[in-house]
Design a protein around this ligand. Structure first.
Ligand code: ATP
Ligand code: MG
Length: 666
């Protein structure tokens, strides 16, 4: 299926072409969501390779999430470019560090600090007599991350924290001490955290001439996607990679800056032309991703943004045919919202939309579980993005332990003698824990299968990668090592199913149908966004969410968290002026005790009235009234049908609101 022969500039508009075919040297694409930035850079890589300007192995493309890097690799493969590297900054750094490590440090063994970071921060806090509640430790850990990403050491921290008005509720000096202690403990134990990967790689390139020279021979062409979210630490690494050269293409959208709380800044993107005055600069404004209906909503969301730098006010122009209008819905509580979303997802799948083309996006990962449960109940396979939980799934743990045993056996019998292909070997092992080549039917079985299938597909992926690199075949041992590495880096393989992801993890991606859930004030914008800047970042995050949808976009929120809870929340302030009030469907209410107390009775038969319509006329649908007979007939027929479906006595059900509430309780 390779499109090897296609012209890399095919299917690009004139501006995209200009960027893709610019001569080697600095190129900057500043453009809104869905305008083809990522498409343009993959085509540019293909173009430069095809023209013989660089060898694919001399290209290093970087981005910010594992999924986005995977997407880049997939697009490059489709273009027939094999061997170009597309990785996250961290993955690229990890790989380089592994390679240079012995020369830089000697042969002492260092390990990645994976899941134990909070524990180490806890030790540090404890040593200093700081509180050790998980919340506090989380805040401390992310503040240390911010400092390292911003290239701020423990000594400078107090001053910088004051000028940047960082406030995590502890005196800056105490935070600095915790930071210093954490670093010391980490070094004592010979551990590296994620930020160290960037810092150490940069140091290796800056301080070891041999390393730098070798690196410069190896990589000659650099590409950065999502450049608006680069941190100072990443920029410094990029500079070390470039080593004074200027063969760098950057693309980004200032309106999608969503990591500034973590130290990222769009400034390098905005200042790119100042740094490289002869850069090729291109602006794109045609949106190829979404229907005009989605584009219109996106434009309105971002036009409300405050404090944007000059020249970044951009209106997207939709290019696709019309589609359905975005929908808005309000629910009483989160489980009701999740159940309704799962139902809609199910019906999209039933009408032929592939599950992999649907996403449910939320603001905080804690929201995931409610949706996981609702989707599992609806029998829809799903995957969790940003997805530390993949490796905790019982079937995945079981499969991994079996695979480890098999790999150990392999290394005893000499791997080279094995003639089987890796996917076949992995398939055989997975079969012992219940994997089959075909997808089973039935919710739970399909769910379990999707996890095992992802492990199988990873074997195929690895085999293809090896074949492309050096015509080699990976062993089972190598495959298991890859799995262990991914588990440590919390980088799960792709599962084919509905994507559950945080808005942050969804950046750069797209789906046919997107459900933006939990759009209540306090969640979007998040409660702790108290400054204007923080609220603006939340708005951009919302914008990122809206612009992920190709066709179907459903926005929803609920008024309380748990069933029966006080409806204390309001819809997100970002929705003001966007929601066509007449179109928000009647809120889905659970029958509440209070309302039952104030019940109205039919004036003719005395039975309790259930629908607002009946209350209005004072009679139930079964008694004679002024209501249009045809309407009554329709109501009765519908009620009977629903009652049969739900196996409940017909008189209980009247309105769709009650019905849905009852359906959800089953
Ligand atoms: P984001 O800011 O969200 O990362 P982007 O600018 O990187 O978006 P892409 O993902 O490259 O946008 O493109 C969005 C969609 O539009 C993709 O499906 C892509 O294939 C399609 N697309 C881009 N350019 C064109 C074009 N010239 N003709 C047709 N489709 C296009
Ligand atoms: Mg993109």
């Amino acid at each position: 299926r390779s499109t090897r022969l296609r012209d890399p500039l095919d299917g690009l508009d004139p501006e995209q072409r200009t960027a893709a075919s610019a001569p080697r040297g600095p190129v900057c694409v500043l453009a809104g969501a869905g305008t083809g930035k990522t498409r343009t850079i993959t085509r540019r890589i293909a173009y430069l390779v095809r023209q013989g300007h660089v060898a694919p192995t001399q290209v290093l493309a970087v981005t910010f999430t594992a999924r986005a890097a995977g997407e880049l690799r997939a697009r490059l493969r489709q273009l027939g470019v094999e061997g170009a590297q597309a990785r996250t900054f961290h993955a690229a750094a990890l790989r380089q560090l592994r390679y240079f490590w012995p020369r830089v440090v000697g042969d002492t063994q260092w390990d990645l600090l994976d899941g134990n970071k909070l524990r180490l921060v806890g030790h540090a806090a404890n040593k200093l007599g700081l509180p050790t509640e998980t919340e506090v430790l989380r805040d401390l850990a992310s503040e240390i991350e911010w400092a390292k990403a911003s290239l701020v050491g423990p000594d400078e921290y107090p001053t910088v924290a004051r000028t940047r008005r960082r406030d995590i509720g502890h005196p800056a000096e105490r935070v600095a001490e915790a930071y210093r202690t954490y670093e010391a403990l980490k070094n004592e134990r010979r551990l590296l955290d994620f930020d160290d990967l960037l810092l150490h790689t940069t140091a290796a390139l800056e301080e070891h001439r041999g390393v730098a020279e070798e690196f410069r021979d190896r990589y000659r062409c650099f590409v950065v996607d999502e450049y608006q979210d680069i941190t100072p630490a990443q920029q410094r690494l990029l500079d070390a990679w470039l080593g004074g050269r200027d063969d760098v293409t950057v693309v980004g959208d200032v309106n999608q800056t969503i990591y500034s709380f973590g130290g990222a800044s769009p400034r390098p993107l905005l200042n790119f032309t100042r740094r490289y005055p002869d850069a090729t600069v291109v602006r794109l404004e045609r949106d190829y991703r979404s229907t005009p209906q989605v584009v219109e909503l996106a434009n309105r969301v971002i036009s409300g943004a405050r404090g944007r730098p000059a020249g970044t006010r951009l209106r997207l122009i939709g290019q696709r045919p019309d589609g359905p209008r975005p929908t808005f819905a309000e629910y009483d509580d989160e489980p009701a919202e999740a159940a309704a979303v799962a139902r809609q997802v199910r019906s999209l799948v039933d009408t032929g939309v592939p599950a992999g083309e649907i996403a449910v996006l939320f603001r905080v990962n804690a929201q995931s579980e409610t949706y996981e449960r609702a989707l599992a109940e609806a029998g829809v396979p799903y995957q969790v993005r940003g997805g530390e939980r993949f490796f905790q799934r019982p079937e995945v743990r079981q499969a991994m332990s079996t695979l480890r045993t098999a790999a150990a056996a392999e290394s005893r019998t000499s791997a080279a003698a094995s003639s089987a292909e890796l996917p076949a070997m992995v398939g055989d092992v997975l079969a012992t824990v219940g994997w089959t080549p075909r997808q089973p039917s039935g919710g739970a079985a399909r769910e379990r299968w999707s996890g095992l299938q992802a492990l199988y597909e990873l074997a195929e992926e690895l085999t293809a990668e090896f074949a492309a690199l050096a015509g080699q075949r990976p062993t089972l041992t190598r495959y298991v090592a890859e799995l262990e590495q991914r588990a440590a880096a919390q980088h799960p393989p792709a599962v084919d199913g509905v994507t559950l992801a945080s808005l942050h993890a969804a950046k750069g991606l797209e789906w046919d149908a997107v459900f933006l859930v939990g759009l209540a004030d306090g969640t979007v914008p998040i409660q702790h966004a108290t400054t204007d800047e923080a609220v603006e970042e939340e708005r951009r995050l919302f914008y990122v969410g809206v612009t992920r949808a190709r066709e179907h976009l459903a926005l929803s929120w609920s008024l309380s968290r748990s069933p029966g809870g006080r409806p204390h929340r309001r819809r997100s302030r970002f929705l003001h002026g966007l929601v066509p009030e007449a179109e928000v469907p009647g809120r889905v209410r659970r029958p509440s005790r209070r309302r039952a107390g104030a019940r109205a009775l039919c004036r003719v038969c005395g039975r309790e009235l259930q629908s607002t319509l009946e209350v209005k006329v004072g009679r139930c649908v079964d008694c004679p009234s002024d209501l249009d007979e045809e309407l009554l007939e329709r109501l009765r027929a519908w009620r009977a049908e629903k009652a049969r479906e739900l196996k409940i006595p017909a008189f209980v059900v009247f309105t769709d609101a009650t019905l849905v509430a009852i359906a959800e309780q089953r």
